[in-house]
Design a protein around this ligand. Sequence first.
Ligand code: GLV
Length: 327
Amino acid sequence: MAANIYVTRRIPQAGLDQLHAACGEFDMNPDDRVLSHAALIEAVRGREGVLCLLTDTVDEAVLAAAGPRCRVFANFAVGFDNIDVAAATRRGILVTNTPGVLTETTADLAWALLFAVARRTVEGDRHFRSGHWDGWAPMQFLGHDVYGSTLGVVGAGRIGTAVALRSVGFRTRVLYANPEPNAELDAIGGRRVSLDELLRESDFVTLHVPLDDSTRHLIGAHELALMKPTACLINTARGPIVDEAALVVALRDGQISGAGLDVYENEPAPAPGLTALDNVVCLPHLGSATLATRSRMAVMAADNLIAALHGERPPNVVNPEALDARA
Ligand code: GLV
């Protein structure tokens, strides 16, 4: 099947091979960098299918440029807040994502951040490398125990659940805030509580909700003020869930003890003052970044795109009602 496909940036080879086998030749951004919005509009013009990334803002203008022949925007991510799904649906364009395959990898990273913040490992590494370390000291880099602490999981979907289940070996008490009870978390003694109660009681608060209008700035100055001064916030979900300017103030003023961030409100830029703080560990959006997981995501995105071009319902469609708009 020859189809007019565009890939907005190089993804792992397994996905490109899959596309090639099913669709023959396709075009891809030759540069390993994000396309500007104007370049994205030009690149997708008249395409039948686009494989895009969370760094591509797929808005009305981009969808309009793709035009009436376009069947699908296959996102190489589980989150799809970068895409105007309602606008895509109106145009009969399917949107797909890559759920499931990155759950465990992202849950691992949330714990990596949690430990890094709790035990101040990045600060310690920086100090050691500076050449100023003059040996063991009784009061140096004192952190917080993870073992026996209270873990607050905001959003008990796939990733939140995987994060909470990892806590068993650390004998942490699990609180979770979620619209529905979660049987897996209840089975390990997790307790479903309100967000306010979770924020007041937890030693570590970890965010796992999708970004939408209901979760934008879910954690702002008011919520940070509810947290214990010894507590740490972990965000591996989406940056705008946290009011990052308010977080800088809370970290600077000691309202909370620390934060571990993998995502930012205006990626790739940090909020002013954030990177000057020692009590925050900042990663460059690495949640799903293992070779195996990114390869699985690439194959999954390619499979979604291929199915849509075949006129089939893709395995991971976000807006199946777009099929009706087309019919
Ligand atoms: C990564 O952030 C994703 O949504 O897959």
